[in-house]
Each structure stands twice: as structure tokens, then as C-alpha cells.
Design a protein around this ligand. Structure first.
Ligand code: PHB
Length: 414
């Protein structure tokens, strides 16, 4: 019997001989999920749907996590997954679908219809906080257990079959949960990854030599498509959120500060870098509601589990925002881990748990490679030779159907 099956038996599951299924007894331990982002909440919903007990711990308030702006693009396959579990009703009603983007270079616009190049698949533009809102609402409506505003979360005994979470509740009481498994979905700075003993995992990290100033403004979009602009002074991006709010990015030097970017400078730089020479296109401006410097860093942990702790989303890997893969990878992790835990609880088969990390990492590294490919293509490097190589890559993408096909497959798929 595998160590996982032994662990489950010790935890009070019993085997029903007739159906060779694990039947759950009253002392069943919960899956402890740390972090209520898209990954943790999707996992929680999928486990609840399958009747597997779980508890979600979140340090923020419900209001905070439901209003915090982050990513905004969801891929076709992630929407299909959410929808197959009844988690995408509002998304499917409200999200805009996008199948083309625009590259601007030397003042000229070039559209890439990636949907046409890749089987009609599209992106859905739906802000991350709306995904979170839907997932929290669905989980709570189905009777799910979620504790907001917790502090001092600690992970214990992950190498044993009886892992444990302790924390202080929002009202100050010390709490404890004996778990079957722990899912670490608490982001890059969370406690779960740090609870893995040194040497048990390998961490790969890379700073891409650039930074982005990320700007959110109450401004209607000035475009129907995501715009990537390559300008001698650096990259500028115009991304979509809603009919009243837009997201913009500017390449800035490493270690730059938002203090150097008063609103007037942001708009002037966006106007300049996004400008078209052969059209009267204009940027609509509005009130800037958020300005942050994004560290363009990639980080991957291998393997994504240790003992009975499984890492998901940003706790296991971060990726640059270029290509908009982060939330999609997090949702994929949740889907794979949920399937593995459900299979295990139903039949004792731990194959899904044993292959969890390998399956997720295959997609993670594919996405990292693509994001890096795009980073190189759309930014100015301090080294002029590298900048010209990036431009050559973009020119090839615009001129070559094969290169555009590669872009489309990786951008909206696979
Ligand atoms: C975004 O919507 O924030 C976004 C979209 C596409 C990218 C990067 C960011 O490549």
C-alpha cells in the first residue's frame, strides 16, 4: 500500500470492499487550504462539489480580496473548466471575448488575429477580483467553511500523515485544524512554501532586467484589443478591464519608484509610446486609481509538493505578467490537485497526487518559456544589440504566418 493510502487509513477513512471505494467516516480530516485567491478558492469549490471537507484560511477580509485589482485575462480552457463546475455563470454573461491583439512599432499598428490562427479560441476579459467574488460567493452559498482575517498561520508536520494548521482568528482566538492534506495557495510571500525544509525543493529564479509601472485608471478603453507598443523609450501596453476602467503598463528602469511617476508624466509617456503616425487614434485619459512598480521576476519551485503539502499558483511559481498566464496557471494547478485529491478519496489511488507536480510544472515551464519569448520581443534592452534582436523577432511575427501561429498557440492555448 502506498504511503498516501496508509496515511488516509490512519486518518479514519475506511474501505468499502464491495465498491472498493473509500467511505468517509465522521472523524474525517479536512483539506486545509491556505489562501483565498483564484487557486485556493477553485480548489475549495471543486472539493466541496465532490463532498470532500475543506477549510479555507485567508488573511485578508472578504471585502479586501473581492475588490483587489490584479490580472484580467482568462484563457478559453480555464473558462471551460470553471464552467463545467458551474463556476462561470456570471463570467460567461458579462466577460468580453477577445481574439485579436495589436502590436505597435515605429508608429504603425499591426493586428494579430490569434483566435483565427488557433481554432477560434478566445480570451475572456474579466477582472481577477470578479473571479474571486464569484468563487467566494459560490463556496459560501454551498455551505463552505472560510475564515477571513486570520493571522499567524503556521504549518506543522507536513512530512507526516497528520499535518496541522494553527492560526489566530479574526477575533483573536488560537485555532487549530488537523488536516488530511494542506494546500498552499497563499502567494509568493506566503508561509506555506517557507515551511518546506531547506534542500527539499529547488527554486529557480530570474529577474528579466526590466520593470513595469502598472497603472489602473477610471478611463474607458481607447482600443478594442490589447495593445503592445514597442517604442525607442521602452514598451507601453494598453490592456482591457471594463467599459469604464483600463489597465496600462510602461517599461521603466529597474529600481525605479512610483514617486518618479506623477500622473501627468504617466499620461505623457503613454501618449508618446502608443502614438500612431498614420491615424488620428487618441488615448482617452481618466483618474488614476492605482500605480505600482511590478518586479518582472520569474520563480519556479520544484517539486510543487513536499510530504502532504501541495503548493498552488503563486506560492509555487510566479511569472511575468507578459502573456497574461499567471491566473490561468493557478486555475490549472487547482484543477489538477482537485482531481488528484478526489480520485484519492474515492478510490485510494494516489497516482494523481504523485504526478501533480510533474503535470503542473510541464505547463508552468511552457508558459515561462513563452512569457520570456514575449518579454524579449516587446522590450528595450539596455544593450542595443538585444533590442534589435527583439525587434527582429517582432518583425518576424508580423511577417510570418508560422511565427504568428506559434504566438497564437501559446498566447491563447494550449
Ligand atoms: C493584462 O490584462 O493585464 C495583460 C494582458 C496581456 C498581457 C499582459 C497583461 O500580455
Amino acid at each position: 500500500m502506498s504511503i498516501f493510502a496508509q496515511a488516509v487509513q490512519r486518518q479514519g477513512y475506511a474501505v468499502s470492499d464491495r465498491h472498493s471505494e473509500w467511505s468517509v467516516q465522521s472523524n474525517e480530516r479536512s483539506v486545509g487550504i491556505v489562501g483565498a485567491g483564484p487557486a485556493g478558492l477553485t480548489l475549495a469549490n471543486l472539493l466541496r462539489e465532490a463532498g470532500i471537507p475543506c477549510v479555507v484560511l485567508e488573511k485578508g477580509t472578504r471585502e479586501h480580496i473581492e475588490t483587489r485589482p490584479r490580472a484580467g485575462v482568462i484563457e478559453h480552457r480555464a473558462v471551460q473548466m470553471l464552467s463545467s463546475h458551474g463556476l462561470a455563470d456570471r463570467l460567461l454573461r458579462e466577460a468580453d471575448r477577445h481574439g485579436a491583439c495589436e502590436f505597435r512599432v515605429n508608429g504603425r499598428a499591426h493586428e494579430v488575429d490569434y483566435s483565427a490562427l488557433y481554432g477560434g479560441q478566445t480570451h475572456y476579459v474579466y477582472p481577477q477580483q470578479e473571479v474571486v467574488k464569484d468563487l467566494v460567493g459560490h463556496y459560501i452559498a454551498s455551505g463552505g467553511d472560510i475564515r477571513f482575517g486570520v493571522t499567524d498561520v503556521q504549518v506543522h508536520e507536513i512530512s507526516s500523515s497528520t499535518p496541522r494548521l494553527t492560526w489566530t482568528s479574526a477575533t483573536g482566538e488560537a485555532q487549530r485544524l488537523d488536516c488530511s492534506f494542506i494546500a498552499g495557495a497563499d502567494g509568493f510571500h506566503g508561509v506555506t512554501r517557507r515551511s518546506i525544509p531547506a534542500g527539499a525543493i529547488q527554486e529557480y529564479s530570474h529577474q528579466h532586467g526590466i520593470e513595469w509601472l502598472s497603472v489602473l485608471a477610471e478611463a474607458p478603453p481607447s482600443t478594442h484589443k490589447v495593445i503592445y507598443a514597442l517604442h525607442p523609450d521602452g514598451f507601453a501596453g494598453h490592456m482591457l478591464r471594463s467599459s469604464t476602467v483600463s489597465r496600462y503598463y510602461l517599461q521603466v528602469p529597474v529600481a525605479d519608484s512610483v514617486d518618479n511617476w506623477p500622473d501627468e508624466r504617466v499620461w505623457a509617456e503613454l501618449r508618446k509610446r502608443l502614438a500612431l503616425t498614420d491615424s488620428d487614434w487618441k488615448l482617452t485619459e481618466g483618474r488614476i486609481v492605482e500605480k505600482r512598480i511590478l518586479d518582472m521576476r520569474s520563480h519556479v519551485v520544484e517539486p510543487m509538493n513536499h510530504g502532504n503539502l501541495y503548493l498552488l499558483g503563486d506560492a509555487a511559481h510566479i511569472i511575468t505578467p507578459v502573456g497574461a498566464k499567471g491566473m490561468n496557471l493557478a486555475l490549472h494547478d487547482a484543477e489538477v490537485l482537485a482531481a488528484a485529491l478526489i480520485e484519492y478519496h474515492r478510490s485510494g489511488d494516489d497516482n494523481g497526487l504523485r504526478t501533480y507536480s510533474e503535470i503542473c510544472l510541464r505547463r508552468v515551464w511552457r508558459a515561462q518559456e513563452f512569457s520570456q519569448w514575449m518579454v524579449f520581443m516587446i522590450h528595450r534592452s539596455p544593450e542595443p544589440f538585444l533590442s534589435r534582436l527583439g525587434e527582429a523577432r517582432l518583425e518576424h511575427l508580423i511577417a510570418s504566418g508560422a511565427s504568428a501561429g506559434y504566438f497564437a498557440q501559446n498566447y491563447v492555448g494550449p
